[in-house]
Design a protein around this ligand. Structure first.
Ligand code: HGY
Ligand code: MN
Ligand code: MN
Length: 398
């Protein structure tokens, strides 16, 4: 097969037009937003033109199906609330180009997917989690975003065009191309990362209830200040984690809401997301225990109450050796001396899909290691190198 670099780059830029925002090549295209739905309709048309049959499932995952058994390629086309133009989009458009080139050359059968809500407006990689059976649809339907909208209400926007879930046994495996979203390849001036495994993640909402009160008249020693509790919690876990974590363990307090969030009111309630990631399930569990014990101790000491929301999570997964070897051989041929095997610190749909079939992943560099930000970008020659590695690996496999 012969992939068309210009067509691939044009499609990538065209997809960015849906939700283009901010400086540089930023994108705002959260799952089920107007721009996300419009982008999926556009993608469906491009899939048809490429000889694939578009199919939307009940949660908004968009497939472009080849006839009969095929290899599945793809990623996601929703974005973070503020995201870049490549996170997810690159894997979908590279998949489209490889499927199209293969169709034109009567090559191996390749299908394409864009999973929905990978970026977790509702959960963690929600669309592929439901498709893979990791998350029952009834449970997903109860999830809410930060504005209180349910997953069930949000996915109704696809009701008219949605069919059934796609039978995964029609696919022999899944390969996801993605930007690295970290500094490793860029710093080393390399072009390709072949992923060895994807880290595990845990994520939950924590709420501290104190006593809302007057900020001028309430003496410091009588306050039940929810922000002070959150602040003490953050300091304490940073200390207590020290003996447990490795240099690759990461944790983030990412979505803080103070109530009522006013200058002259002692905050009565703090709600925040607590997320942690690591390559070992045992360590994820130990961190969970520390988080719960620390929050409960601080709440008790200061007379606050603490509530833990449902904990979402995915365990670490290793990539399939056969698919990974095909990517390694393709990387060696396309970017000799400029590739490596590396773990993924970001989460991907491939984690869920690994429950259904063999999976593998490849990375291209992120300039300055920046992602989940408008500044996210990758040099064009690296985008194109990734496309060639993907196409070569597909050819090697079939
Ligand atoms: O958060 C992640 O790792 C992914 O980009 N959703
Ligand atoms: Mn992504
Ligand atoms: Mn992302």
């Amino acid at each position: 097969m012969k992939v068309n670099e210009d067509r691939f780059l044009k499609d990538l830029h065209d997809l960015r037009e849906f939700g283009a925002a901010g400086v540089g090549k930023g994108v705002v295209r959260p799952a089920f937003s107007k721009d996300d739905v419009a982008a999926r309709k556009w993608l469906a048309t491009r899939m048809s033109e490429a000889g694939l049959t578009p199919h939307v499932d009940p949660v908004g995952n968009l497939f472009g199906l080849a006839d009969g058994p095929s290899l599945l390629l793809g990623s996601h086309s929703d974005s973070q609330p503020e995201g870049g133009w490549l996170d997810g989009a690159l894997g979908v458009i590279a998949a489209l180009e490889v499927a199209r080139a293969s169709h034109e050359a009567s090559g191996p059968k390749v299908s394409v997917v864009s999973f929905e809500d990978e970026e977790g407006r509702f959960g963690v990689t929600t669309g592929s989690a439901v498709w893979s059976g990791q998350l029952p649809l009834e449970e997903a339907d109860e999830l809410t975003d930060h504005a209180g909208v349910t997953f069930s209400a949000a996915r109704a926007c696809f009701a008219e065009m949605a069919g059934d879930f796609v039978d995964p046994t029609r696919f022999s495996g899944f390969i996801e191309m993605h930007i690295e979203q970290g500094p490793v390849l860029d710093t080393a001036n390399e072009q390709i990362g072949v992923v060895s495994d994807i880290v595990g993640i845990r994520d939950m909402r924590i709420t501290c209830d104190g006593q809302q009160n007057h900020a001028g008249t309430t003496p410091m020693h009588l306050r039940q200040d929810a922000f002070q509790a959150l602040s003490a919690f953050n300091t304490a876990i940073n200390t207590r984690f020290r003996n447990v974590v490795t240099p690759t363990t990461v944790w983030t307090i990412g979505h803080v809401t103070l109530h009522p969030n006013a200058s002259s009111i002692v905050p009565g309630r703090a709600t925040f997301s607590m997320q942690w990631r690591d390559a070992e399930v045992d360590r994820l569990d130990r961190l969970n225990t520390i988080i719960r014990e620390t929050a409960s101790e601080i709440a008790e000491k200061t007379g606050l109450r603490v509530r833990f929301g449902p904990m979402l999570g995915l365990d670490p997964v290793a990539m399939d050796m056969r698919l990974r070897t095909a990517l390694e051989q393709a990387a060696k041929a396309t970017a000799p001396e400029k590739w490596r095997v590396m773990p993924s610190g970001a989460l991907h749909d491939a984690t869920n899909v690994a429950r259904l079939m063999p999976v593998a992943m490849l990375f291209v560099p992120s300039i300055n290691g920046i992602s989940h930000a408008f500044e996210e970008d990758t040099a064009e020659p690296d985008l194109v190198a990734g496309l060639h590695v993907l196409a070569r690996a597909v050819s090697n496999l079939t």
